[in-house]
Ligand binder design. Sequence first.
Ligand code: SF4
Length: 239
Amino acid sequence: MSTKSAFSLLRSVAANTPIHSITKFTTLDYPNHLACILWFAKCNMACPYCYNPRIVRENGTISTDEALRFLQSRQGRLDGVVLSGGECTLYLDLKAFCEAIKALGYKIKIDTNGTNPDILEKLLTCKAIDYVALDYKSPWNGYQTLTHYAHPKRVEQSLELLLKSELPFEVRTTWHSDFLSINDVNTIIEDLHVKGYKGTYYVQHYLHVNETLGETKEEQNKVDLSQLSKLLPIDLRNF
Ligand code: SF4
């Protein structure tokens, strides 16, 4: 599809500014791709360890048209786009935006907290995305306490959609010993195993930064990772 057609796809998209900011280049955030990151403003969770309080709280400043013009200028130099945030699936016209990005020749990875299975299903059905990183933040019965989000069933639905799809995806959990125990992580691993998840499960250690959503303290208690269940292949990040 031509670039002109890609832009025309977006004529129906609301002329707002859903994107907070752009990271112009990353080799770390989309496996095997030279990518940029579009950070979508706002989130429907409030995880205390969130590194992106400004993105979660502030309004976006960049329109999808502006983002597409940026992507057009990077054609041939980048091959992937990460849609992160905040929570990109809160943007109602995400499918049209993804189709416009793909029309420019890019692969798309989305980082999602899984709270919008309806939009995820549309993206999967239309093959509008190429990779998903899904957060599984705590055992289901602890979700609301940790994230202040009251409907973890919707996250579970997103996980089940991904398990039924053929799309490559990963499941990941951010670890901080003030918020999760080894038992909690093992409960997540067991649930993934029972549901039939066959991929690598990523446990990401909280890296302390000064500004987090819940003014999270630096972790004092180191954990004994040998206590993690061996039911799934596990990759540790930032440990
Ligand atoms: S860490 Fe939590 S609050 Fe921050 S963007 Fe992700 S889901 Fe939203």
